[in-house]
Write a protein that binds this ligand. Structure first.
Ligand SMILES: [Zn+2]
Length: 462
């Protein structure tokens, strides 16, 4: 069974050209001058569209449960939403497991829960909740067995202290893996939250960003850069970078040649802390950690995308509903579940706000949403690029299609979108996973459970 994608402009991380792509058995087998057409080929007409690698989102929480609250989409609805937005692979960050559990506990559990649900391809990051000799040994096994990336939190109950962070960095580095960090200073957040609780207004969503100031993120990033050096220059990956001050530290570290990668998310590029002022409790919708920042932070992050300081745009998709946020957080915003949905809007938003507004070019766009995340997190060469032998995961994007974002136009299984009312131009028209058409003209053609687990391997392991 062969499919020819023809008439479109193929965009990769390095080039843009009018050409055709031939697909056989789920893989790209030829790019360029068509060797004639056979009668039984399926033809996909991509005229007027960009043909790009299927996008890769390496920061999702499709399946999160915190206490009694569970996100509203889950693996099936979350992955359907993702593919409508042009994303064909994700790497999910599992939530914390029971205290003291094995490092593999959450990955085993999530794999089981994802298997019959996911419609796109997927992997999982490990989550380190405590450190002892057993965990450090397990890091090696996990890395070798297809999960070469770990997540460490510097805040929340399962945070790690500096000494433990060094041990994790050393173990992961020695095994050829990468450690991702939620970088915020726990003590600063604790102090400010307490102070607002004692003297401020805990029912005001604007208290939330006050409790997590920009210097809390910058301090944590600065410390990580030092800890990484103490761990023998172990690679760092900073998730959801939100501040100009944090960005500047990363820029300087990169200039010194230190191995540090940075990820930001569309919410930190396109929304500001003015969202916490929205009426009718809608400010609660924007409770997330780190919080939304100032316009100058957004501007700095766009510069960081353009100049290469930031490597990846992911989502931190986390669809606790507005109803859940109201129920828990209306009288005390510090009790609200955090996070915003975004797995479906990442690609169109970055295209519309980035490419069409001349902040980044087309190739940089592909690097940020597909090629870099795939390479850094070990999904390449299968994923994230269009090349002979790679999986035929393709995003055919119509740059002229315009939509006003609302819950109704999206497939995310949640009662709000943080981008409501935004005019976004450039939406996926057709999306292929391993040569199969999963979305065509807004219609989902895939099937539950057809996504495959990806055993990942970092290039530095080779
Ligand atoms: Zn996250």
């Amino acid at each position: 069974m062969s499919t020819l994608v023809t008439g479109g402009t193929v965009v990769t991380a390095t080039e843009t050209r009018q050409t055709d792509i031939l697909i056989e058995d789920g893989r790209v087998v030829a790019i360029g001058g068509s060797p004639g057409r056979l009668a039984d080929w399926d033809i996909i007409d991509a005229a007027g569209c960009y043909v790009m690698p299927g996008a890769v989102d390496v920061h999702t929480h499709l399946n999160l449960q915190v206490g009694e609250e569970r996100v509203s989409d889950g693996f099936y609805h979350g992955s359907v939403a993702a593919v409508h937005g042009g994303t064909t692979s994700i790497v999910e960050h599992p939530g914390f497991g029971p205290a003291g559990c094995e490092l593999s506990h959450q990955i085993d559990l999530y794999r089981e829960q994802a298997r019959d649900e996911m419609v796109i391809d997927y992997g999982f990051h490990g989550v380190v909740q405590h450190v002892d000799d057993h965990v450090l040994c397990a890091i090696k096994d996990l890395t070798k067995n297809g999960t070469p990336s770990l997540k460490v939190y510097m805040t929340y109950a399962a945070r790690l202290g500096d000494y433990d962070i060094i041990q994790v960095l050393k173990a992961s580095h020695a095994a050829g893996g990468l450690t991702a960090f939620h970088a915020e200073n726990h003590a600063i957040i604790g102090e400010l939250t307490q102070s607002i609780s004692d003297y401020g207004d805990v029912s005001n969503p604007a208290s939330h960003p006050e409790s997590r100031p920009d210097y809390s993120e910058a301090e944590a990033i600065n410390r990580l850069i030092a800890l990484s050096q103490a761990a023998g220059n172990a690679a760092l990956y900073i998730v959801h970078l939100s501040t100009a001050s944090g960005l500047e530290l990363i820029r300087k570290a990169k200039q010194k040649g230190l191995p540090i990668y940075a990820e930001t998310c569309p919410q930190y590029l396109t929304l500001t802390d003015s969202c916490y002022q929205k009426t009718n409790d809608r400010g609660l919708q924007y409770i997330m950690a780190p919080p939304l920042r100032k316009q100058q932070d957004c501007d700095a992050l766009w510069e960081g995308l353009a100049d290469g300081t930031i490597d990846v745009v992911a989502t931190d998709h986390c669809s606790f509903s507005f109803a859940q946020k109201l129920k828990r957080g209306k009288t005390n915003v510090f009790c609200s579940p955090g996070g915003v949905p975004g797995v479906e809007t990442r690609v169109p938003l970055l295209f519309s706000e980035g490419v069409l507004k001349n902040r980044i070019d087309l190739n940089r766009f592909v690097q940020l949403v597909a090629t870099n995340p795939a390479r850094i997190m070990g999904l390449s060469p299968q994923k994230g690029s269009i090349e002979v032998g790679a999986d035929a995961d393709l995003l055919i994007l119509d740059p002229a299609e315009e939509k006003i974002v609302s819950v109704e136009v999206l497939h995310q299984h949640v009662d709000y979108t943080p981008y409501v009312g935004m005019v976004v131009k450039g939406w996926p028209q057709t999306v292929l996973l391993r040569g199969n058409i999963l979305v065509r003209d807004g219609e989902f053609l895939g099937s539950k459970g057809s996504g495959q687990y990806i055993r990942r391997k970092l290039r530095i392991q080779e």
